[in-house]
Write a protein that binds this ligand. Structure first.
Ligand SMILES: Nc1ncnc2c1ncn2[C@@H]1O[C@H](COP(=O)(O)OP(=O)(O)OP(=O)(O)O)[C@@H](O)[C@H]1O
Ligand SMILES: [Mg+2]
Length: 391
């Protein structure tokens, strides 16, 4: 039988403290600990426990409590945090989730909702939650070469890992001319072919030892195969299988897709949750991008699945953003500024732009893109989960 999970309730409101304590004591899998006057004492107590739950009411002193929650979730992995507030809003819930809390409920608390939240927390403490459901696959694509796909895939992948601290896989699907490894100065021992040959043995440990971890981050790179023959042996079914395996371990999969409509590439795009269609402000590139949008429509992709990234953007470009949006019949999702020197220096040295010059306009743009993306994903998930609270 499972041991009871030690639970601490933290609220500045006497009545809320009492009600929550009462509910916890009624729930058989949880055991209520005493009330602690100081955050430090709570931290020390939770650090000493095997598995625990912290329930925090942030109706008062929200900022201090959110930074305390962040400390807890960063340092004490087996402590799950449930947050409550009498003033819920989308922005607040996003902050709560960013701080690492597992659940959010509106006050006054409804007992059945609290029990559901406890059950989910219990599942996550004992790892029985379904796998693979949270992973987002983001493909960076253009049917034109040399447009900035690898620069975007590698820098975005790294920023996503830095921001979320979750595991991010960066995949090079340019089967004959991949260059992620040189962009990031990596010499991986294994590549996609090796993984595909060993699909049957694949588990999380094997996967993490096969992919090349980028420095001390949570970014893992899977390189293209070095020989043409190996690339030719890879089928679209292999790609689909590869994604389904990676989805169990990674929160994000960023794909540097090939500039073609080859069946393997289409398989990757079909599997993707989001396609960043990269273009630049000149007519041939825009015409090509327009053709891509048409093809995606014929493939039955949802309109919102493809988003346009305008690379090498300059304010005084002859073709304006409005012109581009008119031609494409779609808003530009993100603009990455033109910065020849920083990009060249980054590529020639094999160092991501955030390390070459974190204050440069391109480094900031990649970072903000990752932030914007995680924010929209958080909001989308939260809307699904918390619709009733926010109605
Ligand atoms: N924002 C930017 N500003 C200036 N130059 C850029 C920018 N993004 C990419 N470049 C330059 O464009 C060139 C192509 O970039 P990259 O290799 O990322 O494109 P790609 O689409 O992956 O190309 P390929 O089709 O060869 O794989 C590089 O020389 C890079 O320095
Ligand atoms: Mg490339």
């Amino acid at each position: 039988m499972q041991n009871k999970v030690s639970t601490i309730v933290l609220s500045d409101n006497e009545q809320t403290q009492k009600v929550l304590s009462l509910y916890v004591s009624e729930f058989e899998k949880f055991e209520l600990l005493d009330k602690f006057p100081e955050y430090m004492e709570i931290f020390d107590t939770l650090s000493s426990l095997d598995k625990s739950v912290l329930i925090v009411d942030i109706s008062d002193n929200a900022d201090a409590k959110l930074s305390f929650i962040e400390d807890i979730t960063k340092n004490i992995h087996n402590c799950k945090v449930l947050v409550l507030s009498d003033n819920p809003s989308v922005d607040l819930i996003v902050r709560v989730m960013r701080a690492g809390a597992k659940e959010f409920l509106a006050l006054p608390v409804i007992k059945s909702e609290l029990i559901d939240a406890f059950n989910r927390i219990n599942e996550s403490l004992y790892c029985v939650a379904p796998k693979g459901t949270r992973c987002k696959i983001i493909s960076i694509f253009s049917n034109k070469g040399g447009i900035g796909k690898t620069s975007i895939a590698s820098n975005l992948g790294l920023e996503l890992a830095k921001i979320t601290k979750e595991k991010v896989a960066l995949l090079d699907l340019n089967f004959q001319l991949g260059d992620i490894t040189s962009f990031m100065d990596l010499k991986p021992s294994f590549n996609i072919s090796y993984m595909l040959e060993n699909l049957n043995k694949m588990n999380e440990d094997f996967l993490l030892s096969t992919l090349e971890r980028y420095k001390q981050t949570s970014l893992y790179v899977l390189a293209d195969p070095p020989f043409f023959k190996q690339a030719a042996d890879i089928s679209p079914q292999h790609i689909t299988k590869l994604f389904s395996i990676l989805k169990d371990t990674f929160s994000y999969i960023v794909v540097d897709a090939e500039s073609s409509f080859d069946a393997k590439n289409i398989a990757a795009l079909t599997e993707s949750d989001l396609i960043f269609l990269v273009t630049v402000a000149n007519l041939p590139a825009l015409r090509n991008s327009q053709r891509c949008l048409e093809l995606f429509e014929r493939l039955g992709f949802d309109k919102d699945k493809t988003q346009i990234i305008l690379n090498r953007y300059m304010e005084n470009d002859e073709v304006s953003v409005e012109d581009i949006e008119g031609v494409m019949g779609k808003k530009v999702y993100w603009k990455i500024p033109n910065n020849y020197f920083t990009m060249m220096s980054s590529i020639n040295k094999g160092i991501p732009v955030s390390d070459i010059n974190p204050d440069s306009n391109v480094a900031r743009s990649y970072r903000d893109l990752a932030l914007h993306l995680t924010d929209s994903i958080y909001r989308e998930n939260l809307a699904k989960k918390y619709n009733s609270i926010l109605d």
